[in-house]
Design a protein around this ligand. Structure first.
Ligand code: SAH
Length: 211
């Protein structure tokens, strides 16, 4: 379903430098208002991050598109993708429209519950979700062709590097107050190529206890 507002958002992202047709088409087809509290629905198609409760945010559409584009530059749509930080489920829905298998880990149970409901509503059934600590990845489903982290890590979690397939790609924001989006390609078990893409602004990837 393409609606006028999500189509307009896709055009804005195109003007901001997103060129991958699959990504633009997917953004144009997902009703972002479904992923927001009703009181913020009127802002759903603005290119901004917005609060989703529990001190968390739905990512900025540009960043969602950029990170997805980075994955598609490296792996094809048959890929098995791990997402850390389900949040609202919007990035999850974008991934599920593009990739055949998506796994998503979230530490806040209530957010995970709502995200699951939204994905069902959109008939996206190729997503498995886990309530847990994303620093640990999801070892029983590994290896993954691509991993995307949607919260800023103080350092790159080792478990994620281990759970990445050879020739796979990890896209992750790293840093605390000032953060950079990193694109890490696994050439071999001990051979990684690390590129910095651009500055970003995410909530932190919290360590330890799940709630
Ligand atoms: N992609 C999401 C981003 C949500 S914000 C969206 O666009 O809606 C980041 C999310 O990461 C939050 O929901 C937060 O609870 C979650 N998070 C933070 N630390 C985590 C951890 N260690 N493990 C799993 N999820 C985590």
């Amino acid at each position: 379903m393409i609606n006028r507002k999500s189509q307009a958002l896709a055009s804005v992202l195109n003007n901001e430098g997103i060129t991958n047709e699959k990504v633009l088409h997917t953004i144009a087809s997902i009703p972002r208002q479904l992923f927001l509290p009703a009181a913020l629905a009127h802002k759903a198609y603005e290119n901004t991050a917005l609060p989703i409760g529990q001190g968390q945010t739905i990512s900025q559409p540009y960043t969602v598109a950029k990170m997805t584009e980075l994955l598609l530059d490296k792996v094809d749509s048959n890929a098995s993708v791990l997402e850390i930080g389900t949040g609202s489920g919007y990035q999850t829905a974008v991934l599920a429209n593009i990739f055949s298998k998506v796994f998503s880990v979230e530490r806040i149970k209530s957010l995970q519950f709502q995200a699951k409901r939204r994905l069902n509503q959109l008939d996206l059934h190729n997503v498995k979700m886990k309530h847990g600590d994303g620093w640990q990845g999801w070892s029983s489903k590994a290896p993954f062709d691509a991993i995307i982290v949607t919260a800023a890590a103080s350092e790159v979690p080792n478990a994620l590097l281990e759970q990445l397939n050879i020739n796979g790609r990890l896209v992750i924001p790293v840093g605390s107050r000032s953060q950079e989006l990193k694109c890490i390609d696994k050439h071999d078990n001990d051979d990684f190529l690390n590129n910095t893409v651009e500055s970003v602004n995410f909530v932190p990837l919290v360590a330890g206890e799940v709630i």
